[in-house]
Every structure is written in structure tokens, then in C-alpha cells.
Design a protein around this ligand. Structure first.
Ligand SMILES: [Fe+2]
Ligand SMILES: [Fe+2]
Length: 212
């Protein structure tokens, strides 16, 4: 493997930041699960609802990217780095699919994404620096949280919005897989108060991003 200089790394980081934050810049490795799925016509209220929910999911994926990148900077993870990168690639797929679906619905991504990106990057870097057990535990706890959101959104999306639902269903499957490997790789199970803190943070995110 080629040796990367600090400036190589910096450029790579910056490139990833741009790919995450600039709309339509993320390149998925798998086609969107909505391919070949037909919607029923949505009325205006349903469309607005679907946009709000898909915007939340998109921001969640921005956070996931930032989390993996922050950890990548500080975590050692000698045995799981490959899996971590595989998971990060799947998160890029999710990001691109949500972005694509938002555009189809006539919506846009959240203006708050840079803020959530920065916060998640910081948290990921801190978790990675504390140690691999905490770092992997953080992945598992985050994925658990995301899974709950996805379940909720699968219920509350307008009934006719089959294309968004197809995207979320595949994401749900991938996130469950990420959670499993993080725990199997030795991730700590976070205590209830920490999980509660994460839930509160995600409440702030979902409430603000639904509109903004
Ligand atoms: Fe994801
Ligand atoms: Fe994930």
C-alpha cells in the first residue's frame, strides 16, 4: 500500500467532506432499491410529509458519514478496518439514494447538514480516541437508533410512497447488519443514560431537519 503523507490525508478528508455535503456528489455502488418500483400519486400534503421524512434520513446518513470519518481518523481497529470501510461505503449508497429520492419528490437536503456533520465528526473522533471498544459501541448504538427511526418512517410515510419505502427498507437491513458486526467485533453495549442522551440529540436533529 502506498504511504500516505499528512497532506494526502488532508486532501482525502476534504474530498470526502465535499462528497458528503454537496448535493448529488455521492456516488452509490449499488443502484437505488427504488429502481422499478412505482409510486401511487401523492397529494401535496403527502408529498411534503415524504420530503420531511426523507430529509431526516438524508441528514442521518450525513451524520453516519461524519461518524465513520471521525473514527477513521483516531481509531486503531486493526481487525475491523475493512468492515468499517465496507459499512462506510454502504452509508454512501444510503446518502445517494436519499438524495436522489428527495430530488424526485421535489425537495432539497437540509441546510443544517454542515452543522450535524461537524458535530458527528467530532463525536466520532473522540470515541475513536477513547478506544476501539467505545468506538464500535458507538457505531452499534447509533445504528440501533437509526433503525428505530427507519421503522417509524416506514410506518408513517404516505401509503402511496412506495419508492421511498423501498429505499428505507434496504437501509433498514444494512443498518441492522452494521449494528451486528459492531457488537460482534467487540463494541461495548452502552448504558441506558448514554443511549438516552443520544436519543435526545437525535430528537433535536429530526425536529429541526423536518422543516429546515
Ligand atoms: Fe445508513
Ligand atoms: Fe449504518
Amino acid at each position: 500500500m502506498r504511504h500516505l503523507t499528512p497532506s494526502d490525508r488532508l486532501i482525502h478528508q476534504f474530498d470526502t467532506v465535499l462528497r458528503t455535503l454537496v448535493p448529488h456528489a455521492a456516488q452509490p455502488s449499488r443502484p437505488s432499491p427504488s429502481m422499478g418500483v412505482d409510486d401511487e400519486p401523492l397529494d401535496e400534503r403527502e408529498r411534503e410529509r415524504a420530503i420531511g421524512l426523507m430529509r431526516i434520513n438524508h441528514t442521518g446518513e450525513v451524520c453516519a458519514q461524519a461518524l465513520y470519518q471521525g473514527q477513521g481518523l483516531t481509531a486503531k481497529l486493526p481487525d475491523t478496518r475493512e468492515q468499517m470501510e465496507q459499512a462506510a461505503q454502504e452509508e454512501i449508497d444510503h446518502l445517494a439514494w436519499c438524495d436522489e429520492r428527495l430530488e424526485e419528490l421535489g425537495g432539497r437536503t437540509s441546510l443544517l447538514n454542515p452543522v450535524f456533520y461537524a458535530a458527528s465528526f467530532g463525536l466520532g473522533a473522540v470515541a475513536g480516541a477513547v478506544g476501539d471498544r467505545v468506538s464500535l459501541g458507538f457505531v452499534a448504538a447509533t445504528e440501533e437508533q437509526v433503525g428505530k427511526h427507519l421503522d417509524e418512517h416506514l410506518e408513517t410515510l404516505p401509503a402511496g410512497d412506495r419508492r421511498s419505502r423501498a429505499v428505507l427498507a434496504q437501509m433498514r437491513e444494512d443498518e441492522a447488519h452494521h449494528e451486528r458486526w459492531a457488537l460482534e467485533a467487540g463494541g461495548a453495549r452502552f448504558p441506558a443514560p448514554v443511549k438516552l442522551g443520544m436519543r435526545l440529540m437525535s430528537k433535536v436533529m429530526t425536529k429541526s431537519v423536518y422543516k429546515l
